[in-house]
Design a protein around this ligand. Structure first.
Ligand SMILES: [Zn+2]
Length: 464
């Protein structure tokens, strides 16, 4: 089956045709590094990792370039740096905050089973013109001014949205409908209220770079236009991110990139994952249900979070619940039991087909359940495909022993003792001493261990 992807810009699911099948290029907006990432931030990390893995499967691992940036210049970072390291000079404090937070994010993403992107550029490395000639923000802004798409006013450089007749196509906001002053007070120095900042002046205690417009710092949107061009060229295949980035961030990236480069597109497919909410409520710090990836990783293996995330299609809103996590953990215990000892040769066509249909992960999981049942009933070909499919999409990264051991660690259960009790119980059953076998079962239950008897023998799991 052809790969088909839903494109937010054209609002249709289309066959994916890469510009160059030898180098399929994808850009996804990464984190602003000032604090631990919350579980909502894990959704694009996991979703676009699955797409990265699928593209590598379809085009070859060496023929896909995936760029996920790190935004390390932002006013929220400045505030955090001043708060956490009041005695350090601001630049040093900022570096500490951004390096720590970027490292935390990287290890969270890895724990979620995500491959490292091909490039993870940091915005601050792309502000000034570079020795290697890669695209940078100052040169992009100069190009926009030279082509009549940007102007200096009030100490800022602003993008002139009226210079781009089809501005607003991604979000469906028509310029004509945006009456100046209708909803937003018009800043006196702006030609249109939608004009956005490319460059702004920095005061002495704010981070800044010398530019043709004085010492200042870039606006957020221009970062991604520079870093995507630096690694992927003026036009590339896929641009992704959370649905909250459609406007203004992605709309403005498109405006900057197309107008600076004189192209009719920035990326050919725009993909956006939907929101995540927690136990039916919007996540917010004030509601006290703001859950970080780090919090969840303290209680659950990353693969459980990953499977739980993939149960919803990326274009559907998702409700993140404890019940869902418990079910996902049970499922993975079972999958590890059936397939962890096996590398597997070839992923199942049905799994690839499900993913090729705009990353239909619920369908993929249904297919995996069917394969699991066939595998458990003795079909070795399906067991091999089951294992290979799970590995392809980022599961079974541990051995069965490691998986069990981690659960034991989390629960404080001594697996050796459990195994001993289980063999004592088997011996009691063999001599038909059911009183003793029941007693051992109760002892295991008191330890929080549930046992399951089947033809293949007795397995156990930790009661949740
Ligand atoms: Zn971006």
């Amino acid at each position: 089956m052809d790969l088909r992807l839903y494109d937010t810009l054209t609002r249709e699911k289309r066959s994916f045709v890469p510009l160059d099948p030898k180098n399929v290029r994808m850009y996804v907006c990464g984190p602003t590094v000032y604090d631990f990432a919350h579980i909502g931030n894990a959704r694009p990390v996991i979703v676009f990792d699955v797409l990265f893995r699928l593209l590598r499967h379809l085009y070859g691992a060496d023929h896909v370039t995936y760029v996920r940036n790190i935004t390390d210049v932002d006013d929220k970072i400045n505030e955090r740096a001043a708060r956490d390291f009041p005695r350090l000079p601001l630049n040093e404090a900022i570096r500490k905050v951004t390096e720590q937070t970027a490292a935390q994010f990287g290890s969270d993403a890895a724990a979620l089973g995500s491959l490292t992107p091909t490039f993870e550029p940091r915005a601050t490395d792309f502000v000034l013109p570079r020795a290697d000639g890669k695209a940078d923000m100052i040169t992009l802004i100069q190009q926009l001014i030279a082509r009549g798409h940007a102007y200096e006013a009030g100490g800022e450089v602003l993008f002139d949205v009226r210079s781009m007749p089809d501005y607003g196509a991604l979000s469906g906001r028509k310029l004509k409908e945006q009456r100046p002053g209708a909803r937003v007070a018009v800043d006196a120095h702006k030609r249109s209220p939608l004009d956005f900042v490319l460059w702004k002046q920095s005061s002495g205690d704010e981070p800044g770079w010398e530019s043709p417009w004085g010492r200042g710092r870039p606006g957020w949107h221009i970062e991604c236009s520079a870093m995507s061009a630096a690694y992927l060229g003026d036009v590339f295949d896929i641009h992704g991110g959370g649905i909250d980035l459609i406007f203004p961030h992605h709309e403005n990236e498109i405006a900057q990139s197309r107008c600076a480069h004189g192209t009719s597109a920035m990326a050919n497919y725009w993909m956006h994952n939907e929101f995540l909410q927690i136990e039916d409520a919007k996540m917010s710090k004030s509601l006290g249900n703001f859950v970080t990836i780090r919090d969840l990783l303290a209680d659950w293996p990353g693969e459980v979070l990953r499977l739980n995330m993939l149960k919803a299609h990326y274009r559907s809103p998702m409700d993140w619940t404890l019940k869902g996590l418990e079910e996902s953990a049970k499922t993975l215990d079972d999958w590890y039991w059936v397939a962890a000892d096996l590398k597997g040769e070839k992923a199942s066509d049905a799994v690839i087909d499900a993913l090729s249909d705009d990353l239909n992960t619920p369908q993929m999981i249904a297919t995996l359940h069917a394969l699991r049942n066939s595998a458990a009933s003795g079909n070795e070909r399906d067991r091999s495909q089951f294992a290979a499919s799970l590995r392809l999409v980022g599961f079974l990264s541990e051995s069965a022993e490691e998986w069990k051991g981690r659960k034991q660690q989390a629960s404080g259960i001594d697996t050796k003792q459990v195994d001993m009790l289980i063999s004592d119980r088997a011996a009691a059953r063999a001599r038909k001493d059911f009183k003793e076998s029941d007693r051992i079962r109760d002892e295991l239950a008191a330890m929080g261990v549930v046992i399951k008897d089947s033809k293949e023998g007795t397995t156990w799991e930790i009661a949740r």
